[in-house]
Design a protein around this ligand. Structure first.
Ligand code: VAH
Length: 317
């Protein structure tokens, strides 16, 4: 049985759908501290869970006989800089609770890490799995901490810890909140809705990105991989890298009227400039056969089909 924390963020509902197809509707529980929209209630079990409340979390794990925990609760990069102490609580104290509960109850624990776990002293093109990691955001620092703590608990206590460093994730039916790569998601919604877009990153800012379907499939694959084929516990995964300029060019092939202006956000720009441009995911590809399906043209085609056909998706965050 699977519990997903932070289930109402960009990835939780989609992951629950994928896991429910595989393991059955009632074997995957979504949780969050917010009230979900009706379609989430209707699609399967949802439970209130505050990762800062250790007893509440333990009760849920015990009462529901949870065996896999997917820990999606976190404040992302830009929003974390705006609220460092909350980010520290959620991303670090919350992680400690989850680690203790996972060890105590023998859970398999998945934690997403990110390209944000690297910093300007890391090699940026490409960025290997193992290199210097000195991020300068609370988000990045908390994710390096999560990687190291998970690996430490694995070696010390036998915790079955699995971790992927996600690139920026592009999704159609869910909105990200407060990230640096989120400009790309917003560009699709605005291109379809108003044909105008104000970009908060410079046109030549190259960042690794991935379509949500690839990201969720990678997550399921690493969760299901037999332990003996995992030579590491924290893997880079990658699909494509693009700049705002390149994304605009590709979208204009479908929507030639798209108008873009630039209003650079210095906080986000500084963050993006310290992140990888290209993520080297050779280990994921060789250890457990990772392979992405979506490159830039497929991503744009799919996103425009989606955003154009469903009005729910054009809601900005
Ligand atoms: C952010 N989307 O921009 C997140 C992320 C890949 C970066 O982790 O903060």
């Amino acid at each position: 049985k699977v519990l997903i924390t932070g289930g109402l963020g960009q990835l939780g509902v989609g992951l629950a759908k994928l896991l429910r197809m595989r393991f059955g509707k009632y074997n995957v529980i979504l949780s969050d501290i917010r009230k979900p929209p009706n379609h989430v209630y209707q699609s399967g079990p949802f439970i209130y869970s505050d990762i800062l409340d250790y007893k509440n979390l333990r009760e849920i794990v015990v009462n529901n006989r949870i065996t896999w925990l997917i820990h999606y609760s976190a404040l992302l990069s830009a929003v974390g800089e705006a609220n460092v102490s909350l980010a520290r609580d959620v991303n670090i104290t919350g992680l400690h609770n989850v680690l203790d509960i996972a060890v105590e109850h023998g859970l398999r624990l998945f934690i997403p890490s990110t390209i944000g776990a690297f910093g300007s002293s890391s090699p940026r093109n490409p960025t290997p799995d193992l290199c210097i990691q000195r991020p300068r955001t609370i988000y990045g620092v908390s994710k390096v901490h999560a990687e190291l703590m998970g690996e430490y608990y694995h070696h010390r206590f036998g915790l079955d810890f699995r971790c992927l460093r996600y690139p920026g994730i592009i999704s159609a039916d869910s909105q990200p909140g407060g990230g640096t790569t989120d400009y790309a998601v917003q560009m699709f919604h605005d291109a379809v809705k108003t044909s105008t877009f104000v970009c908060n990153l410079r046109p030549d800012t190259r960042l690794p990105m991935m379509f949500i379907e690839d990201c969720l499939r990678a997550t399921l694959e690493v969760l299901e991989a037999p332990a003996e084929i995992l030579s590491m516990r924290t893997y880079n995964i990658s699909a494509m890298s693009f700049t705002p300029e390149e994304l605009i060019r590709e979208i204009r092939r479908h929507l030639p009227d798209l108008q873009v202006t630039y209003k650079i956000d210095p906080v986000r720009q500084a963050i993006a400039d310290s992140w990888p441009m290209i993520l080297d995911d050779a280990s994921a590809r060789s250890d457990w056969g990772w392979k992405h399906d979506y490159g830039l043209p497929e991503l744009v085609q799919t996103m425009l089909n989606f955003t154009g056909s469903d009005s729910r998706m054009s809601q900005a965050n």
